[in-house]
Design a protein around this ligand. Structure first.
Ligand SMILES: Nc1ncnc2c1ncn2[C@@H]1O[C@H](COP(=O)(O)OP(=O)(O)OP(=O)(O)O)[C@@H](O)[C@H]1O
Ligand SMILES: [Mg+2]
Length: 398
């Protein structure tokens, strides 16, 4: 019978000096990506005995990992060119992908939030072999790899339903299994209809959002699972969905709009750098045949911006992207001149931005400058970053 978690088992066996491993044939593909240890696939116990007694030969399964990797690494089937119009939203998502920033999309039903979110993995840099192995291990432990699948080569996109339990989201159980946040490792965790999630579920996600891993303790076992993901959340602006809509009237009333937003806790919102308001595209925009940019070319710009960040943070452990900067890194790498400070101050006053918005704006401005290949954060970078703080405005519900 096939088992769960073959990949980490084989990796450990190799580390411990074993030269071969006998496995159920359904697990062989997954195990064979480990180089330097022979994988013998068998049908059943009698097969195993004949092999051990030398009565029957079993050829070790070999696969060329590099080849699978090269073939599949660009194979994401959804593309940003499917989305008509929404150029400003695509720009915001490009910035998010470039700096690894968490995002919340706010907009009425049918405005394309889900459609946009699903395409984010197509503009993230391709998985490196190391990332691919890390993520594959987690999927192996949770038994989610198909029998024919050996290596995950595409960034995961996980979109759990809002009825999900704490354990299913962050992991746990008697024999601690990874949750959705770990299955999304090196990819995207999409929480659609964010205010509908149970408050307790959102709360347990706060700590792993900071530490990018989760520690699960159960009885005598403690397990650490990695959980480094980009959080993309989506929500309607109010219960009826039409608050701030360009052509329809919201029927909720001030109190209800505010109540709806308050279902998401401040500390969670605090971990989301970019807020984007999505308005539906006009009908004639939807029916145009104008060519739109493909994900591949957006991704090239994202990759260049990520290179700049790798260089910037090369001496810092645990920091790879602008989104991961701590306060002291922000003070070092997000310097702005007097004119910039003036603009930021004016914006904070005029838009009634909360103080927590300040550092978020600086981080996002850093990413915008990186996309522009600019060492300095210029005034236009700051001005753009200021736009991505909708929910921080005190007058959002006013
Ligand atoms: N800009 C667009 N270009 C092409 N198709 C679009 C666009 N916007 C919306 N659509 C179409 O409308 C459908 C609904 O969009 P989607 O489900 O992403 O909306 P949503 O904002 O997630 O809505 P809800 O709040 O109801 O979840 C999409 O499947 C797509 O077919
Ligand atoms: Mg949706």
């Amino acid at each position: 019978m096939p088992i769960k978690g073959v990949l980490p088992i084989v990796l450990q066996a190799k580390k411990d000096g074993f030269q071969g491993i006998i496995l159920p044939k359904q697990n062989a593909e997954e195990a064979a990506i480990v180089e330097g240890i022979a994988v013998y696939p068998v049908e059943d116990l009698s097969d195993t005995c004949s092999f051990l007694l030398g009565i029957r030969q079993v050829a070790p399964l070999r696969i060329d990992v590099q080849e699978i990797f090269n073939q599949q690494v660009n194979g994401y089937e959804m593309d940003f060119s499917d989305v008509k119009g929404q150029e400003n939203i695509k720009r915001a998502l490009e910035i998010a992908a470039a700096g690894g920033h968490n995002v919340i999309l706010i907009g009425p039903p049918g405005s394309g939030k889900t459609m946009l979110a699903k395409r984010i993995p197509s503009i993230l840099p391709p998985l490196s072999m190391e990332e691919s192995l890390e993520t594959t291990k987690i999927h192996s432990v949770s038994g989610q790899l198909a029998a024919t699948e050996s290596l995950l080569t595409i960034r995961p996109f996980r979109s759990p339903h809002h009825t999900i339990s704490d354990v299913a989201l962050v992991g746990g159980g008697a024999n601690p299994q990874p949750g959705e946040i770990s299955l999304a490792h090196n990819g995207v965790l999409f929480l659609d209809e964010l205010p509908e999630f149970k408050r307790s579920v959102l709360e347990v996600m706060r700590q792993p959002l900071e530490s990018r891993s989760i520690t699960i303790s159960k009885a005598k076992i403690t397990v650490d699972y990695p959980a480094s993901f980009m959080l993309i959340a989506a929500m309607n602006p109010c219960p009826c969905g039409f608050y701030n809509h360009p052509s329809r009237n919201c029927t909720c009333g001030y109190i209800n709009v505010q109540k709806y937003l308050s279902r998401i806790s401040g500390p969670l919102l605090d971990r989301i750098d970019i807020h984007i308001e999505v308005t539906p595209v006009e009908f004639n925009e939807l029916t145009t045949v104008r060519a739109t940019e493909k994900s591949g070319s957006i991704r090239e710009r994202v990759i260049l911006a990520r290179r700049i960040q790798e260089q910037r943070f090369k001496d810092l452990e645990h920091i790879h992207s602008n989104a991961q900067m701590r306060v002291r890194n922000i003070r070092e790498y997000c310097l702005i001149d007097e004119i910039g400070k003036g603009l930021l101050k004016k914006a904070m006053d005029k838009l009634n931005l909360s103080s927590r918005a300040y550092d978020r704006i600086l981080k996002v401005a850093r990413t915008i400058a990186d996309l522009d290949n600019s060492v300095a954060i210029k005034i236009e970078h700051l001005a753009e970053a200021i736009q991505y703080r909708s929910l921080d405005r005190e007058n959002w519900t006013n």
